[in-house]
Design a protein around this ligand. Sequence first.
Ligand code: SF4
Length: 345
Amino acid sequence: MDIQKLEKLLIEKNEKSFRKKQIYKAVFEEAKSSFLDISTISKDLRVFLDKNLEILPFSKVRVLTSKDGRAHKAVLKLSDGKLLETVLLSPKEDTWSACISSQVGCSLGCAFCATGKCGFVRDLSSDEIVSQVLFWKQYLKQKELGGSFSNIVYMGMGEPFLNWKNVKDSLNILIDEDLFDFGRRNISVSTSGIVKGMQKFVDDFPQINLAISLHFANNTKRGEYMPVNRMYDLDQIRIFLKKYFTKSKRKVFIEYILLKDVNDSEVDIRDLSRFLRSIGSLQLLHVNLIRYNSIEGDFESSSEKIVRRFQYGLRKSGIHCTTRKSMGDDIHGACGQLATDNKKR
Ligand code: SF4
């Protein structure tokens, strides 16, 4: 919902200031999907808002649900016809987590990522970003799925730090007590390693979690599969983290997607251990190993045995490490699988 437009409309109608809070409560807390259902405001105002303002800035194209019912992927159509994908996951029973997008497509072209293959289409506005959370709140309510909303992760389509102004505004809306009122520690922003953006992020939001999609710990290899490494290489990431840990005791998450015969060998374990040890503060680094989810293309996922060996190797070097359970690959809603065909739009 466009908050500034709502404020203007309320002024136009000469409404008292407390009306705004009543509407916020109905929309953000109670997840009402229509102004006509807000019983705390007059009928006249309900009809007026319904005519002049949208609660969601997109329409639903479809929602796919995984066989186990723990992953839902929505394809949403924006007002200019562009398509966006967003995912709702239940990593634990009665707990839901929204994986939201910050851009339509992505300019960074990581070789193993479906979004990267689509190219960049456009940035999402702050309203389009936070409304994905609102969409899932309404969905949980309508489907009576139960459980509570625990986490928001910026790990969908796009690189958040290449759309920083809108991502920053969206974070402020998510943590605003009158709006979503999410705890800062329940939000994570994931970057492919845009060092300039990481610096601004930790300055502005010191309590929100930072995750770095590293995936390679060798500059030549990382540059080959992740072109962003040519802008910000491993040395720059190391310098940033070293400096960050002198001031902050917040944990940073390192994402590592395991690709068969590409980055899952003993040498890769050694490279990753060396890189992390060279940063120091190992107790503040946590590696999330991610099973690759195949999209049509050139990569395969590492076997269970290799994943276990990788995890064991890292732990042996004193590195905190867990393997993230893959969810939603049967609906192409898993990590690296978000893509919509926007070329014809
Ligand atoms: S992995 Fe992230 S940064 Fe890389 S292309 Fe995909 S969306 Fe962009």
